[in-house]
Design a protein around this ligand. Structure first.
Ligand code: AHM
Length: 334
């Protein structure tokens, strides 16, 4: 069969985008290529997770007191490794590490960017064969080039992100990333080991039929959130309801689905955990950036996520993200 379509790889795409900026140094394309490489390595391990002794708990807790799975450690090391050995990244922050890691060497100190990531989000789903993902966020340094990166480089408002993205290890493996120019998705073609452009210029539908929330926590949510959830379950003449409830428990998969189909994802604060569970820097900022660039909205229930000034790298926040009109409907009930 003749396939009359130009296939564009992730590398070709980022290089082509760079050509539109005469002063571009290629560092961001290099960084995205490094992330793509680590993602492919993680993809391979995720896919053979049932066959090798890489599943199961590593027997340690991460800095937030959560159980660390072996694949978390593997993924963390892959992303940290490629970024350390690349030429575009001056340091990283990872959900799995206590503190930022500054790559204090001659090449890295000249690099423009720092990167924050959650190497394997939804890790409690690994050993039950459910989609998991990697989330990343890229900032231009505010510290002096030529010197080691500093904590201030990482504690920037989400609005300053230069790029953000995620990799979903699902029925296929996809890398989706956003810059101010748009959101594009690349599916891993396993036959050649390349991410190829499959979802150009992703736009989040203005509205949808899906709401995603952990219903088990319902009685721990405040009354306003409970009321909104009831709204989602009602059919009125203008709300398009009742909505369908979909909750995988892997944020990458939940938000990816809602981004493509339209919907709202919520992880509110609870009475036990008023700030919720999700991390501002590793999970919420990148998704807020991606969804906003795609036309949607993201808040912490009170203010726009991208305007929150972080004070510490592991801070948590309530999170509401999704289709523009559904988010506005949510805001009206608050
Ligand atoms: P993790 O860091 O242990 O992987 O947890 C993050 C995940 C998110 O992907 C998901 O949205 C959330 O935890 C689900 O939490 P819960 O099971 O409390 O609903």
């Amino acid at each position: 069969m003749l396939i009359n379509r130009k296939i564009q790889t992730l590398d070709e795409f980022t290089i082509q985008q760079m050509r539109d900026f005469p002063n571009a140094t290629g560092e961001l394309s290099g960084l995205l290529r490094d992330i793509g490489l680590a993602a492919k390595r993680v993809h391979v391990e995720v896919n053979k997770a049932g066959l090798v002794d890489i599943l199961g708990d590593a027997g340690t807790m991460n800095v937030q007191g959560e159980e660390v799975k072996k694949l978390d450690i593997y993924a963390n090391n892959q992303f940290m490794g490629v970024l350390r050995h690349g030429v575009s990244c001056a340091g990283i922050g990872s959900e799995e590490l206590d503190d930022i890691v500054v790559f204090d060497d001659e090449i890295s100190n000249k690099s423009k960017y720092v990167c924050l990531f959650d190497p394997l989000d939804g890790s409690s789903n690994i050993d039950v064969n459910v989609s998991i993902g990697t989330i990343f966020s890229v900032f231009r340094r505010v510290s002096e080039l030529g010197k080691p990166a500093t904590k201030e480089d990482f504690l920037q408002q989400g609005i300053k992100q230069v790029a953000a993205g995620y990799v979903i290890y699902g029925s296929s493996t996809m890398l989706v990333y956003a810059t101010r120019r748009g959101v594009n998705g690349f599916t891993l073609d396993q036959s050649v080991g390349e991410f190829t452009l499959s979802h150009p210029d992703i736009k989040c539908p203005d509205t949808g039929k899906i709401y995603s929330v952990n219903h088990g926590n319902f009685f721990q949510y405040n009354e306003k959130v409970q009321n909104y959830i009831h709204e989602c379950q009602r059919k009125t003449k203008d709300n398009g309801g009742p909505y369908t409830q979909r909750y995988i428990g892997s944020m990458v998969a939940d938000v990816h689905r809602n981004l493509i189909k339209g919907g709202i994802f919520m992880y509110p604060g609870t009475t036990d955990k008023p700030k919720g569970k999700l991390r501002l820097l590793y999970e919420c900022n990148p998704f807020a950036f991606i969804v906003e660039i795609a036309g949607g909205k993201a808040t912490n229930g009170k203010e726009r996520i991208l305007e929150v000034q972080p004070t510490e790298i592991h801070q948590r926040t309530p999170f509401f993200v999704g289709s523009k009109l559904m988010m506005e409907q949510y805001e009206q009930t608050q």
